[in-house]
Design a protein around this ligand. Structure first.
Ligand SMILES: NC(=O)c1ccc[n+]([C@@H]2O[C@H](COP(=O)([O-])OP(=O)(O)OC[C@H]3O[C@@H](n4cnc5c(N)ncnc54)[C@H](OP(=O)(O)O)[C@@H]3O)[C@@H](O)[C@H]2O)c1
Length: 276
């Protein structure tokens, strides 16, 4: 049976770039909410001789994720899941951001934990945004609720966003959701290890994608702090994601890998901003 790689958010940006790299060793299943976007991505993959499958799936809907997992499982052994689906602050209200980025991640973990084959790796695409919000503002103590009461967890996350004026709430929801993703991957690592699976997160800095364009104002401010003063290219994150998923990295689990051109390091070393 073939090894299968599932890529949520595989219809564009980092997910699509990762599909091209993972296709060297895996059958590819890309997914997202928009059929036309997936069709365009399939055409782009076909133009470089990659035959992939596409499944319409909204990660905030558990049943939809179950359907994705079923299709992928029928194709072969699911040994890689790249969870790149997500929306940014300018794409939705705080509740949508939390439902897609945080609750969606819970769905992907819970469903694919049951489906993945031994030696597999699940990678959550978080964000350097997780590192920027002051820890005092993050409701980290409530992250544990994600395990037994996801709706209460969501309610707590949402209520934390209300400490800021309305126009900043989606931004805070994004930071919380991405900080949660890092915590969640680390928290889930022992459970995944019991099934000989790995789980980790990768946090991109500012990258050239549709989403990156939409968040340009905020991202431009952060790129100023980078050691490498430009946006990242999708291939640069795609190769990292594929590398982390490789079975030869069998001891790599429960960590976050920040790929941000040295941005957070520069930010933290700036007097009055970080710890500088
Ligand atoms: N670009 C950056 O600078 C940057 C920086 C840090 C982190 N990130 C993270 O990197 C990941 C990939 O983003 P990108 O930059 O490649 O942007 P992108 O091109 O907009 O990709 C995001 C993908 O997620 C899919 N998606 C959105 N909501 C979904 C849902 N509810 N269910 C399933 N799929 C959904 C989108 O397709 P549909 O709309 O068709 O569903 C889209 O294909 C995201 O998680 C993002 O937060 C990006």
């Amino acid at each position: 049976m073939k090894e299968v790689c599932v890529i949520t958010g595989g219809g564009s940006g980092m997910g699509l770039a990762t599909a091209k790299v993972m296709a060297e060793k895996h059958a590819i299943v890309i997914s997202g909410r928009t059929e036309q976007k997936l069709q365009k991505a399939l055409d782009e993959l076909r133009s470089v001789n990659i035959e992939a499958s596409a499944v319409v799936c909204d990660v905030s809907d558990r049943v939809s994720v179950e359907n994705l997992a079923k299709v992928a499982g029928d194709l072969g052994h699911v040994t890689a899941v790249i969870h790149a689906a997500g929306i940014s602050p300018n794409m939705g209200d705080p509740e949508s951001v939390l439902r897609i980025n945080a609750l969606g991640t819970i769905h992907v973990h819970e469903v694919f934990y049951e489906v993945m084959s031994e030696g597999g790796c699940l990678i959550d695409v978080s964000s350097m945004g997780a590192y920027v919000a002051p820890s005092i503002i993050l409701p980290a103590r409530s992250y544990r609720l994600s395990g037994n009461d996801p709706e209460l967890f969501l309610k707590k996350m949402l209520s934390r966003t209300r400490i800021l004026p309305k126009k900043f709430r989606s931004g805070l929801a994004y930071a919380i959701s991405k900080n949660f993703m890092i915590w969640y991957a680390a928290h889930e690592a022992p459970k995944f290890a019991e099934k000989k699976l790995r789980v980790l997160s990768v946090s991109p800095g500012a990258f050239e994608t549709d989403m990156g364009d939409l968040e340009k104002d905020g991202a431009d401010n952060l790129v100023k702090f980078c050691a490498i003063k430009r946006y990242g290219k999708v291939e640069e994150i795609a190769h990292l994601l594929a590398f982390c998923a490789d079975k030869r990295l069998g001891y790599l689990t429960g960590v976050d890998i920040l790929c941000d051109g040295g941005c957070i390091a520069g930010y933290r070393n700036t007097p009055f901003l970080g710890r500088g």
